[in-house]
Design a protein around this ligand. Structure first.
Ligand SMILES: [Zn+2]
Length: 200
């Protein structure tokens, strides 16, 4: 093989290896893998009127749908949904703050409601021993988009990893602990297959 051909083969090999590395890297950091926590400041939350704290990891995760508003597909729309729910909970219900601890949007992010270590207003008898996790949307007849459900499950795993939720936690749909259709009939049928879901 002459020198020139040899060099050409070497460059081709380098380019191929480079392309494969790029594809593997892109696949491993694809958008569906990444989610972020959107702080209260970022969605322009109002100050809570009060706050009661919970100490140590909680035993339950209670899952909700919002019914109204329906699914939000962009971060701006989800921020607006958070503000409208907070206004409704504080002004119409007279609660201290938005009722949920966290909310997942169809934009693939998790929005801080009351946050970790704070008593919620989402499920009587469970508010002081659970995380109220909302999936923003009406899931009576349709499922939350698949990436949204994946982010919700990843968020629960993150909460366990960071000691906010016990390792052997129990997952409930809101309707299991109260007379309500929440988190929607279509979604609840699916929720029963999530890790740690238990009949009451
Ligand atoms: Zn609910």
């Amino acid at each position: 093989m002459n020198k020139c051909l040899c060099l050409l083969s070497f460059i081709t090999l380098l380019a191929t290896v480079g392309a494969i590395c790029f594809i593997v890297y892109t696949a491993s950091t694809g958008k569906s893998e990444s989610w972020k926590i959107i702080s209260r400041n970022e969605w322009a939350a109002r100050q809570p009127k009060g706050r009661e704290h919970i100490h140590g990891p909680v035993e339950y995760v209670v899952v909700h749908h919002s019914y109204i508003p329906d699914v939000c597909n962009t971060t701006d729309a989800c921020k607006a949904s958070m503000r409208s729910m907070q206004d409704f909970h504080m002004d119409d219900h007279g609660w201290d703050d938005i009722g949920y601890n966290f909310a997942v949007g169809a934009d693939g992010n998790v929005y801080v409601g009351r946050g970790f270590g704070v008593v919620g207003a989402h499920a009587p008898r469970y508010n002081n021993k659970s995380i109220g996790l909302l999936l923003i949307g009406n899931f009576m007849e349709k499922l939350p988009p698949k990436p949204m459900m994946e982010v919700a499950q990843k968020f629960i795993a993150y909460a366990v990893e960071h000691d906010h939720v016990v390792v052997n936690y129990t997952l409930y749909g809101h309707r299991q602990v109260r007379d309500t259709e929440c988190p929607g009939t279509a979604f609840f049928a699916q929720l029963k297959f999530w890790p740690h879901w238990r009949p009451i």
